[in-house]
Design a protein around this ligand. Sequence first.
Ligand code: RB5
Length: 161
Amino acid sequence: MKIAIANDHGGYELKCRLLPFLQDEEHVSVIDFGCHSTDIVRYPYYAAKVCNAILSGEADRGILICSTGIGMSIAANKYKGIRAALCDSPYQGQMTSRHNKSNILCLGGRCIGDMMAMEIIRQWLSFQYEGGRHDISLGLIDDIEGENLTGEHWDCFPQEM
Ligand code: RB5
């Protein structure tokens, strides 16, 4: 499975500590879209990189990290076909795979510790979407997207990235 990962300055340190763990996971390869320091950047650009990677098929799933995980989840969920889940417990990590078919996991780099982040990721990766009655809710979300989102590509990356 190809996992696209990105972060802003608030998520950089947790991302650095998670990369070795992800690289050790079996059947996982990581595409790191930055940013690569604690210099201040704008998280929507990084959310866009991971969303585009998933929507184009370059990656299967994504992980986005900012200070709280909130900004990244808000930005990512503006993309048609993206289901980004902000999780701060392993149970949420598991349930969002099983019930929401989330294709992006958002984490708060200044909210959770390394071990917690790893366990959330482990649970998120270990469980499959269950389908069945959950298809009804996902279908309704598709309906909302169909009415409210165009699905047009946002091509607004600044040069310095
Ligand atoms: C950056 O200071 C912070 O706002 C960002 O990392 C994120 O937590 C936003 O939701």
